[in-house]
Design a protein around this ligand. Structure first.
Ligand code: TXA
Ligand code: MG
Length: 340
């Protein structure tokens, strides 16, 4: 199959919408990462997503909607969810809610709940509006690769496996949405941190908690809070170590000492610390957590392409978007985290 790159103009969006209505797959941009979409109510189309990505069938998908009228046929919305929807949609927040029988089991991996989200990206909105369907979409990467933040990343992973990619440029947030389990409205839990931080959620619902395994591996026998969390994630080909500490100079000294014992290593450092690394091979994470979030997956892909065998990355405080960033980086490092 030839994979066609569509520009995100009216014609491209209409071609993509027609393809979705026809049961085909379309990769499309959202404000977080690119998604690989199919008609959420068409079982055969949904199964094709798992095949194209080589995704394990026990990992459920997020259903993307254009407006609130699409919710009632999919899930039961409780009062707490309603408050979050009013505050954060459209935007990078996914809600896990009790599902209706209309949602096929292959979307939810047989769970009694369904993940729903209303993206804010104008191209995603144009597509969802034109196709008039709820669209099931995981990130548009091959399973185990970093999520794609450009149309080129999608092409690199899925060329020949899907008919269409809608090119909407680089994604704004760069990390996947915050996933909040709100099936029990008395005890909402963040399963995956993202662009909407726990503190932002707590301004609306003070009782939001964060799953304990967000920054550490699951303990022996501990149940995964979300099926996606038991699978391997975001691992670059090179071995990565994350170095954390309160003082940037101490962190840099610890990284330099380790780097100098390796051949062809690479450092991921924030802009203001680049000077600490002399003429070592350093890549710039950016000026703050937001910029690092936008760049991280692209940097990990670049280092894979360059065959970098060893990576040392600066950590940062797990606050705001920093929590999402540390969640992805600890996983990319296979939990090899050093505190100095
Ligand atoms: O930003 C995003 O969320 C992107 C864009 C494309 O919307 N999508 C995305 O999808 O990251 P995916 O499939 O890569 O991640 C969805 C996560 C997985 O960890 C999955 O296990 C979890 O959400 N999930 C989905 N449905 C669930 C459910 N019913 N209960 C618990 N976790 C669920
Ligand atoms: Mg994914």
């Amino acid at each position: 199959m030839e994979t066609v790159m569509l520009s995100a103009d009216e014609r491209g969006v209409q071609t993509a919408a027609d393809a979705l209505r026809d049961g085909q797959l379309v990769a499309f941009p959202t404000e977080t990462v690119y998604g690989l979409g199919a008609d959420a109510l068409n079982e055969q189309a949904v199964r094709a997503i798992f095949a194209a990505k080589e995704r394990p069938c026990d990992n459920p998908l997020i259903v993307h909607i254009f407006d609130g009228s699409q919710l009632a046929p999919l899930c039961r919305v409780n009062a707490a969810a309603r408050a979050l929807i009013d505050a954060f949609w459209p935007g990078p927040l996914t809600l896990i809610l009790p599902k209706t029988p209309a949602v096929p089991d292959c979307v939810t991996a047989g769970l009694a709940s369904v993940a729903v989200r209303m993206p804010s990206h104008p191209v995603a909105r144009a597509l969802l509006s034109a196709c008039k369907l709820p669209v099931a979409a995981p990130s548009a990467n091959r399973s185990g690769r970093p999520s794609p933040t450009t149309a080129r990343h999608v092409m690199d992973d899925l060329n020949g496996r899907i008919p269409y990619i809608l090119d909407g440029g680089a994604c704004d947030v760069g990390l996947e949405s915050t996933v909040l389990d709100i099936t029990d409205e008395r005890a909402p839990v963040v399963l995956r941190p993202g662009g909407i931080s726990p503190d932002m959620l707590r301004r609306v619902l003070p009782n939001v908690s964060v799953a304990g395994s967000v920054l550490r591996p699951l303990a022996e026998g501990e149940a995964a809070p979300s099926p996606g969390m038991k699978h391997k994630h975001y691992a670059p080909k090179g071995r990565m170590t994350l170095v954390c500490g309160a003082d940037a100079q101490t962190v840099a000294r610890a990284i330099c000492a380790r780097y100098d014992g390796e051949e062809s290593a690479c450092v991921l450092a924030f802009t203001k610390h680049l000077g600490y690394y002399g003429n070592r091979n350093v890549r710039d994470l950016g000026k703050d957590a937001e910029e690092a979030a936008r760049r991280l997956f692209s940097l990990l892909r670049d280092m894979d392409d360059a065959g970098v065998p060893r990576i040392f990355a600066e950590g940062m405080p797990p606050e705001g978007v920093g929590l999402a960033l540390m969640n992805r980086m600890t996983r990319a490092a296979g939990f090899d985290v050093v505190t100095v």
